[in-house]
Design a protein around this ligand. Structure first.
Ligand SMILES: Nc1ncnc2c1ncn2[C@@H]1O[C@H](COP(=O)(O)OP(=O)(O)OP(=O)(O)O)[C@@H](O)[C@H]1O
Ligand SMILES: [Mg+2]
Length: 364
């Protein structure tokens, strides 16, 4: 296994930059997810790591060795695509063995051992004599993963490998893939545009927008402490609420307020005086006000019952807030409602640049 390091990597198609100044460390044996909207450059990054796309600037290191200019076959990587790319006329066994037969000097016996071992790990031993056409989507995906496993590469690259599967199967394959990675301690770089997949799979998640890395960190850290409004709204469903705050000057300092909710601006942000400040509150961080304790009053516009909990869309002055409540507290449409914001340390954003204000970034 090996770590992967990108240093100041950039890529243009024609004159258009699609990946800009990307520095990223993928630790040995970790599961790293690259996530972002369609067209943000995820596949291009993976293809540069694989050697399928030239790097215009910067350096790429795998296991401490620079590979920026090395051809794909010298990088000891395996890539699994969304389309599986299986050979239709070959059996599962041949599909898995073929790459090794072509490119390695391994004995027939060793290849056989590896194919059967990988098939066992992926529970596809009983399918080895079948052709891809007679397999289900999930089984094909396992074969594609098996083909990567038998090569024992230093790093596994996955490009949206589960997006052709239905929701239930995707969920199961996700769990299996994660278990496989943990059992084998392999290094995985996994591309998806699905933020749920990113949250549940990764040791670390790297979020991209328009070719630029926005933030990288463990999923819950990114969820709790997003660096900017893009990350805050991309990660988490339903989206974070962004509430425009007023400012009050008092003897104790400068405060932001929204309704009756108040928070003291840190020293770093006290001088802030540009665009309006937005308070970022996740739907589950809002609760019903009890015993006259409330930050805001609103009127319920719409309720979605999700089973264990309910999403209430609540009009508060000019804003519509989305609130997640336990199903037992689900309100009715048209009802007046009192709400409290639970978080003691607020997340504040500059409404013009989308940047997180410093003092609220969890460093104060
Ligand atoms: N060979 C190419 N020539 C020109 N432009 C390209 C080429 N490959 C990709 N692009 C462009 O580069 C940008 C990034 O593409 P990329 O495939 O990396 O995005 P992505 O994040 O993987 O998107 P998706 O989630 O849709 O797969 C896109 O605007 C795309 O149109
Ligand atoms: Mg892609």
């Amino acid at each position: 296994m090996a770590e992967v390091v990108l240093e100041g990597v950039g890529k243009c198609f024609g004159t258009r930059p699609v990946v800009q100044d990307l520095s990223l460390h993928v630790p040995d044996g970790s599961f790293t997810v690259l996530v972002g909207p369609s067209g943000c450059g995820k596949s291009t990054i993976l293809r540069m790591i694989a050697g399928l796309e030239d790097v215009d600037r910067g350096r790429l290191l795998i296991g401490g060795r620079e590979v920026t200019k090395l051809p794909p076959q010298k990088r000891e990587l395996a890539m699994v695509f969304q389309s599986y790319a299986l050979y239709p006329h070959m059996t599962v066994y041949r599909n898995m063995a073929f790459g090794l037969q072509k490119t390695s000097t391994l004995s027939k016996g060793e290849i056989d051992r590896r194919v059967r071992q990988a098939a066992g790990k992926l529970s596809i031993d009983h399918l080895l004599d079948k052709k891809p056409a007679s397999l289900s989507g999930g089984e094909r995906q396992r074969v594609a993963i098996g083909r990567a496993l038998v090569r024992k590469p230093k790093v596994y690259l996955f490009d949206e490998p589960l997006s052709n599967l239905d929701a239930k199967l995707r969920h199961r394959m996700r769990a299996e893939l994660r278990k496989l990675q943990e059992d084998l301690q392999i290094t995985v770089i996994y591309v998806t545009h699905d933020q749920v997949e990113a949250m549940t799979l990764g040791d670390q998640v790297a979020i991209f927008n328009q070719g630029r890395l926005q933030q990288v960190g463990p999923p819950m850290q990114v969820y709790d402490n997003p660096a900017n409004m893009f990350v805050a709204s991309f990660i988490g469903s339903p989206e974070m609420n962004f509430l425009p705050c007023g400012i009050r000057n008092r003897s104790e300092g400068r405060f932001i307020h929204y309704g009756a909710y108040e928070a003291l601006l840190s020293d770093q942000d006290a001088g802030y005086g540009h665009a309006p400040i937005l308070l970022g509150v996740r739907p589950e961080e809002i609760s019903l006000g009890q015993g006259g304790q409330a930050d805001v009053q609103g009127v319920v516009q719409r309720v979605e019952l999700l089973g264990a909990d309910a999403l209430a869309h609540v009009q508060v002055a000019q804003d519509e807030l989305v609130v997640r409540l336990p199903i037992t507290q689900a309100p009715r449409t048209g009802q007046g409602i009192a709400l409290r914001f639970g978080r003691s340390r607020p997340r504040l954003f500059d409404s013009e640049t989308g940047h997180r204000l410093q003092g609220a970034a969890g460093v104060s």
